[in-house]
Design a protein around this ligand. Structure first.
Ligand code: FAD
Ligand code: UQ1
Length: 411
């Protein structure tokens, strides 16, 4: 058994960025990051991997290469979190004690909740950008597509990056056009939700894109079963769940239901839904003042994205250090999140908004318009910012930049 000043559970976007900031401040030997995997993925690139514009390997780095140099990597899985004894238990039974705990375990992707889906992934046409195991199948499906329905699904919330289910659909439309087979495809977006996007400004812009691209929109449909033998996708109606409707598919891109990890859900730090119960403006736990959380595993009510973590990691680190020094956590997070809504191979609507679903845009131009400049930002600039700045504790989101761009007139 060992003890650290700070234990970070999870070495994803949130865990590495916070782990880097805190180990830089507290010095070697004081911060441990618990993470079982050998590979760290830059998941935002998976949209472009599925679209065939980037390789899967370019979204991956060896975990040892992203681990902050002054942090101790505990290569194991967290099995239990006990805030009463300030300890976490690992898979090998060992306990790690902490003075401060940062929970950054991400969200569970639950393909197995859809009947027949795990098996269907081994048949042609069924794919998902939501896992490194299935993302390359998406581009295969685009290449192999001949004629019929190309169906894109959107599950019941919560899910990470709620824009991703439709980004790949726009890439599919562009790919089919480029290769002369768009007229053979009926592209459908079957979403469990009541709208294309939660923020009015971007929803209006996206409805125009859908219309221009001649995409069929079906609201209130939730994928419940895949029958690969007959190539059918079965949806329940959200308005009357006992009723189902089936569509044949030539291609089926599944955005899976997501949920809290069991290790979080079964612990005392979880809220009723199973996510870590923190103050949304400070990232400090509502009941255990030495516990903090950020990103997909937290109950912070904003879209679950790496862009949100860009702001959260800086605020969390500052607040944890303030509390450790005997001070208080300062509420400052306004919910900033961003969704680069790719609408083709060289166009993107850069959605940026806050807790109240109000646009909070970085650039002094109308970001509701699809632009090639924003595509370039998303495809290349963001990746550089992610690896070179966010994971190295040097990126706190675009707020400073936004203020300069708006000559101090923005929030
Ligand atoms: P993760 O980065 O998922 O990290 C969680 C870590 O915890 C993992 O390393 C995991 O191995 C580890 N872990 C899990 N269980 C345990 C355990 N028991 N013990 C120890 N460690 C454990 N965001 C954007 O900002 N822009 C985008 O354009 C965008 N597009 C996306 C497209 C797709 C297809 C997907 C899937 C995601 C996209 N995202 C995007 C979302 C973004 O990737 C996530 O919101 C972000 O990675 C969340 O970071 P996190 O640290 O909370 O979780
Ligand atoms: C961002 O900060 C970020 O984190 C690195 C992302 O994740 C990949 C994003 O997608 C976006 C859009 C931002 C916001 C940054 C700018 C410069 C608008």
């Amino acid at each position: 058994n060992s003890t650290y000043e700070v234990v970070v559970a999870g070495g994803g976007s949130g865990g590495i960025s916070v782990g880097c900031r805190l180990s830089d401040k507290l010095g070697a030997g004081n911060v441990a990051i618990i993470e079982p995997n050998d590979t760290h993925y830059y998941q935002p690139l998976w949209t472009l991997v599925g679209g065939g514009a980037k390789s899967l390997s370019s979204s991956a780095k060896a975990m040892k290469d992203v681990m902050p140099p002054k942090a101790t990597w505990i290569k194991n899985e967290v099995k239990e979190i006990d805030p009463e004894t300030n300890s976490v238990t690992l898979e090998n039974g060992e306990k790690v004690f902490y003075k401060y705990l940062v929970v950054a375990l991400g969200i569970k992707v639950k393909f197995e909740d859809i009947k027949g889906l795990p098996e269907a992934f081994s048949t042609p046409g069924v794919c998902s950008n939501y896992s490194p195991k299935t993302v390359e199948k998406t581009f295969n499906a685009l290449q192999d597509f001949k004629e019929g329905n190309a169906i894109f699904t959107f599950p019941k919330p919560p899910l990470k990056c709620p824009g991703a289910p439709q980004k790949i659909m726009y890439l599919a439309d562009s790919y089919f056009r480029k290769h002369g087979k768009r007229q053979n495809a009926n592209i459908m977006f079957n979403t469990s939700g009541p709208a294309i996007f939660a923020v009015k400004k971007y929803a209006e812009a996206l409805m125009k894109v859908v219309e221009e691209k001649d995409i069929t929109l079906n609201f209130g449909l939730n994928l419940v079963e895949v029958k690969p033998d007959t190539k059918e996708a079965v949806f329940e109606k959200m308005s009357s769940p006992e009723e189902t409707v089936s569509y044949n598919y030539e291609m089926l891109h599944v955005s899976p239901p997501c949920g809290p990890l069991d290790v979080v859900k079964s612990s005392k730090i979880a809220d009723a839904a199973g996510f870590v119960d923190v103050n949304k403006e400070t990232m400090q736990h509502v009941k255990y003042p030495n516990v903090f959380s950020l990103g997909d595993c937290s109950n912070i009510p904003t879209s679950k994205t790496a862009a949100a973590i860009a702001c959260q990691n800086a605020i969390l680190s500052k607040n944890l250090l303030a509390v450790r020094a005997g001070g208080k956590a300062i509420p400052s997070y306004e919910g900033y999140t961003s969704c680069p809504l790719i609408t083709g191979y060289n166009s993107c609507i850069l959605a940026e908004f806050d807790f109240d679903l109000q646009p909070l845009e970085t650039f002094p131009i109308n970001q509701g318009k699809p632009r090639w400049s924003m595509y370039y930002m998303k495809a290349d600039v963001m990746r550089m910012i992610y690896w070179q700045m966010l994971l190295k504790g040097r990126w706190s989101g675009p707020k400073t930049f936004r203020k300069i761009m708006h000559l101090g007139m923005s929030r």
